[in-house]
Design a protein around this ligand. Structure first.
Ligand code: AMP
Ligand code: MG
Length: 421
């Protein structure tokens, strides 16, 4: 059964619900169209641009699923199940070195290994553990049947079958599958280029000395980490002060070469919130208030052909808004067909404070109890500036708009971080 999807759809007035915001973003962006051929080994996490159909049957021939003895099921006696069967060994079939002789008689058998081609006349394999061997004779119980331990030609794919559809984000298993059908090169969408910078007069890079009132820029490292999990080109544009002209020229320059620009900070209604003002001048801003905590102020827009995400300044808000909004859009721009992060229920081990009005993404840690049930605990303080509790977390605890707090023992929706990328 599918886990119920969290309902974040009744926000405070004038705020967009999370699902509304997610849909608007997806509608706003479109996939890149240019493609390139890449060797299969370079295709991990790229998006397939052309569908692939099989030019082979997979498996390509009937073969053995076990090490043992290939037999003809005609040797089996359906009348007397207690009878022992004795056969004469006349050859061997190894993986890559098939038996070359003529069709075998029912009184004969062939030594066979896993993956080796079934010899002519054979339609079953008796596992070696079920056989007693003496010289060229083997003896086994009469309890086997036709088809036993045989893997059939075309069982996985037949020639002409669809292997993978365009839009597939390629995982290690897909690379294995494509290798099985002999694809040495594949057509993928070109890499999306993503530029990002942090805004704030208080921010210093980690190699610099802090003056009173200054802090190190965390967000660029956080963003770099999240983006590095994707097969995209990353352009780190550094820290930009709260200066309208510098923000404007940085955005204009980045928009020349990037498909996406992500900024953090400067999108709330504070005095220094230039990003929104600049976007109003040089591009188009679409919305920026979502009924969500952390991460209510959020700017989404376009500058020329470039998609712009103005994420909030607090690092936990950057993390939450990246995963709840930017990631699905990035997958779509990369050409991927869909993105459905996993979500399931777990028993909450502690009380959680929450006021109705906005959906919340709290930081939790999952574990299995002695009965094998999933439990989740809060990692502690939920302020959007608290990075320790983010670092300790491995999932979002998702609380919907109306939720007015959770009592220990209640079931809650959780979204594991490892399901996100
Ligand atoms: P803002 O959205 O610019 O008003 O920033 C909100 C809060 O996030 C402020 O406390 C900022 O100092 C903090 N902040 C903004 N950008 C960063 C950053 N890159 N790294 C760490 N904290 C930041
Ligand atoms: Mg700021």
């Amino acid at each position: 059964m599918q886990p119920p999807v969290i309902n974040c759809d009744q926000p405070q007035s004038k705020l967009l619900s999370i699902t509304q915001a997610q849909q608007k973003i997806i509608d706003l962006v479109s996939p890149v169209t240019d493609t390139e051929m890449v060797p299969l080994k370079s295709a991990l996490s790229r998006v397939l641009a052309d569908p692939i159909s099989s030019s082979l049957d997979i498996p390509g021939f009937d073969n053995s699923a076990m090490d043992g003895y290939a037999i003809s099921s005609q040797c089996l006696n359906s009348e007397n199940k207690n009878e022992k069967i004795t056969l004469t060994l006349i050859g061997q079939s190894f993986a890559g070195a098939p038996y070359q002789g003529a069709e075998i008689e029912p009184s004969q058998c062939i030594r066979i290994m896993t993956g080796a081609m079934m010899p002519k006349g054979c339609d079953a394999v008796v596992m070696q553990e079920q056989v007693k061997r003496g010289g060229d004779k083997i003896v086994f119980d009469n309890c086997h049947c036709a088809g036993e331990n045989v893997r059939y030609r075309g069982e996985d794919l037949k020639t002409g079958d669809s292997v993978l559809a365009a839009g597939k984000l390629l995982k290690p298993a897909d690379l294995g599958l494509l290798a099985a059908v002999g694809q040495s090169e594949i057509s993928v969408y070109r890499k999306v280029k993503i530029g990002f910078f942090s805004t704030g007069d208080e921010l210093k890079s980690i190699s610099e000395t802090l003056e009173p009132g200054q802090i190190y820029d965390s967000n660029r490292y956080l963003l770099d980490g999240m983006l590095s999990r994707l097969q995209v080109k990353i352009l780190d544009l550094g820290v930009i002060p709260d200066d309208k002209d510098i923000i404007k020229s940085t955005l204009n320059n980045a928009a020349e070469s990037c498909d996406v620009i992500i900024t953090s900070g400067g999108v709330s209604v504070g005095d220094a919130d230039f990003v929104k003002q600049v976007l109003d001048e040089i591009g188009e801003i679409h919305f920026w208030r979502v009924a969500m905590k952390p991460g209510k102020p959020l700017a989404i827009g376009t500058i020329k052909q470039c998609t712009f995400f103005g994420l909030p300044g607090n690092p936990v808000s950057v993390f939450a808004t990246f995963y709840q909004f930017a990631l699905a859009a990035l997958y779509r721009i990369m050409g991927a067909d869909s993105f459905h992060p996993v979500q399931f229920k777990a028993k909450c081990l502690c009380d959680l404070k929450k006021a109705p009005g906005r959906a919340e993404f709290q930081r939790g840690k999952l574990r299995r109890n002695d009965l094998g049930e999933l439990e989740v605990d809060s990692t502690g303080g939920q302020g959007s500036h608290l990075m320790t509790t983010l670092s300790q977390a491995d999932c979002f605890i998702m609380l919907n708009v109306e939720n007015a707090g959770v009592k220990a023992g209640e079931m809650v929706d959780v979204q594991p971080f490892y399901g996100l990328i």
